[in-house]
Design a protein around this ligand. Structure first.
Ligand code: AKG
Ligand code: FE2
Length: 354
């Protein structure tokens, strides 16, 4: 257990190191260095052009819902991930939330540091690495985060002016897209379309803005290390810089940015609820030397719900041939273990396997 004083001190020194990065240092501080061989631990990265990365066009819903549900099913089972286009979130709203991440990043350090925290129970927090004190190495990125749902949080006044309006507007659009996604995912499981929503999958929404500064030694660190998400699903917006990779058939696959598209990940909680029918996808982000990268993640997770709900494999999916593979858990319990375990490249789901 690290004493609070030394945490404060460490935060400060990390901040200073990051400031040094902004001041054009040529060598990254040791805290950000990944173990040798991490980048080459799998088969070489494959560009998306040689593999049919699932892209689902929601404009097809007008012609055939079954067609789209089938594509969602296939992608969720085989990849645990897909990209959606024509999803209904206006391009201007996507642009505005990315601009908001940059605006916050460009604020004076005093403004940003007034939000510095890793305590997700606070309304709005800013940090370098949420699991820094339990991790082997730091990730080359800065993030802010806020729970936008349940609807009584946050008090808009508590969000920084630089991103307040953009976050509120974006949350409205994401909640509407999330509703549609949970319906399609329920149907893809052969369940009533309201099933996942009725289980509380939309009770909590954590929104996080990520800024990945250019890195002088991108081969020695990662923007974010390999992990699967602590969520039911995640809706991710990335800019056009690239660097996101998903692990597929033991091979890192580049998720090349598509203008206007959103990336959807199946998270750990949905893998558990579907008894492994849907897979939570492991992913990471490479650092890059030349330009900053911005992404914005929306994580459906009911962590902030004051009444913890118990989750386990959905009964309707179980049978004699398909007995439960996981024991039940609450999201709060899962999240505590997920953070303690750190982003060490192993799945926290294995702790719940029967
Ligand atoms: O920045 C990205 O593209 C991915 C971010 C991510 O995986 C996460 O925050 O969980
Ligand atoms: Fe992630």
């Amino acid at each position: 257990m690290v004493a609070k004083d030394s945490i404060e001190l460490d935060c400060k020194s990390l901040e200073e190191e990051k400031t040094a990065v902004d001041a054009q240092i040529t060598e990254i501080p040791s805290i950000f260095r990944i173990p040798q061989g991490t980048l080459s631990d799998k088969k070489p990265s494959v560009s998306s052009s040689s593999l049919a990365i699932p892209i689902i066009d929601f404009a097809d819903l007008a012609a055939s819902r079954e067609f789209v549900v089938e594509k969602v099913k296939d992608a969720s089972e085989k990849w645990g991930f897909f990209q959606v286009i024509n999803h209904g979130v206006p391009l201007s709203v996507l642009e505005e939330i990315k601009d908001a991440v940059v605006r916050f990043h460009d604020e004076d350090p005093e403004v940003k540091n007034s939000y510095f925290s890793r305590d997700f129970s606070k309304t709005f927090i800013y940090h370098n690495n949420f699991e820094l004190y339990s991790s082997k190495n730091g990730n080359w990125r800065d993030s802010f985060a806020a729970y936008m749902v349940p609807p009584d949080r946050p008090n808009p006044e508590d969000l920084p002016v630089a991103c307040r309006d953009a976050m509120i507007e974006y949350a409205k659009h994401v909640m509407s897209l999330g509703g549609l996604l949970f319906e399609l995912l329920s149907e893809a499981l052969g369940l009533n379309s309201e099933m996942l929503k009725s289980k509380g999958c939309m009770k909590g929404l954590l929104m996080a803005g990520h800024y990945y500064p250019p890195c002088p030694q991108p081969d020695l660190t990662l923007g974010v290390s390999k992990h699967s998400d602590n969520s039911f699903i995640t809706i991710l917006l990335q800019d056009q810089i690239g660097g996101l990779q998903v692990l597929h058939q033991d091979c890192w696959v580049d998720v090349s940015p598509i203008p206007g598209a959103l990336v959807i990940y199946i998270g750990d909680h949905l893998q558990l609820m579907t008894n492994d029918k849907f897979k939570s996808v492991e992913h990471r982000v490479l650092a890059n030397r030349d330009r900053p990268r911005v992404s914005f993640g929306c994580f459906y997770s009911s962590q902030m719900n004051p009444n913890p709900t118990v989750y386990g494999p959905i009964k309707e999916l179980l049978s004699e041939e398909n007995p439960p593979k996981y024991r039940e858990m609450t999201i709060q319990e899962y999240t505590k273990g997920y953070i303690e375990k750190r982003l060490d490249g192993t799945s926290h789901l294995s702790c719940y396997r029967i």
